[in-house]
Design a protein around this ligand. Structure first.
Ligand code: SF4
Ligand code: SF4
Ligand code: FES
Length: 231
């Protein structure tokens, strides 16, 4: 099989033997161990838990450890490049710091309202708010959605689907004390109203989450808060 890997601005081609159940991460690992030890790439768990192996494979962002070569190879070829919309550190390794800075800008951290001397909060699993959180909570921060989002490409300030999805889980968390501040943080030009509902994030998310639905929920909450004069 011919494998083209993007390094700097050009592609380098390698010949890699095919195996049953071979993943794209297996291919990259083979190249680094057997053909070119200078190739830089990133992975940790190999089982779809950490999200660190995400790359662009034949034009689409994917977890390489969960992508079988048989599913993506065309005419016995695959093309691998780093995730889009993120600066490249080297070869297939991207700098995720801007991506996570946006989680902070979207106020993606829980703000408790109880002290350590008070009893635990109890959230009913069947409550409507908790069900909304459940639908969006399994994000592992892999940036596949962010890499797929065209609005991020046009507007690098846009917070993007993952940070906004995270903000939505906190806006729906009845224990959180930062709702209004968070809605202010996601309401600006770089926030939820920039989403054009293209759905690329939802189509590509390997966890089958729907950042598009979360962003629509944020738009509704921002509108309600605007009517009440809170944002
Ligand atoms: S929403 Fe999905 S694609 Fe986006 S960072 Fe989270 S797990 Fe990855
Ligand atoms: S639905 Fe919104 S956040 Fe998702 S890819 Fe489209 S523009 Fe980006
Ligand atoms: S290596 Fe952890 S998700 Fe692929």
């Amino acid at each position: 099989m011919k494998v083209s890997i993007k390094r700097d601005s050009s592609f380098q081609e390698f010949e890699v033997p095919r195996h049953p159940s071979q993943t794209v991460l297996d291919v990259v690992t083979y190249i680094q161990r057997e053909l070119d030890p200078t190739l830089a790439y990133r992975f940790a768990c190999r089982v779809g838990m950490c999200g660190s192996c995400a790359m662009t494979v034949n034009g689409a962002p994917r977890w390489t450890c969960r992508t079988h070569v048989d599913k993506v190879a065309r005419n016995d070829r695959i093309e691998i490049s780093p995730l889009k919309n993120l600066p490249v550190i080297r070869d297939l390794v991207t700098d995720m710091s801007g991506f996570f800075d946006k989680w902070a800008r979207a106020r993606g951290q829980f703000e408790g309202r109880l002290s350590r001397n008070e009893d635990f909060s109890r959230v009913r699993p069947e409550s409507p708010d908790r069900l909304q959180v459940d639908a969006a909570i399994e994000c592992i921060g892999c940036a596949v959605c962010y890499s797929a989002c065209e609005v991020v490409s046009w507007n690098p300030r846009y917070l993007g689907p993952a940070a906004l999805n995270r903000a939505w889980t906190l806006v729906q968390d009845e224990r959180d004390a930062g709702k209004i501040e968070r809605l202010r943080a996601v309401a600006g030009d770089a926030g939820c109203h920039s989403c054009h509902t293209h759905m690329s994030c939802t189509e590509r998310c390997p966890k089958a989450l729907s950042p598009t639905a979360s962003i629509a929920g944020l738009k509704r909450e921002v509108a309600k808060a605007l009517l009440k004069g809170e944002v």
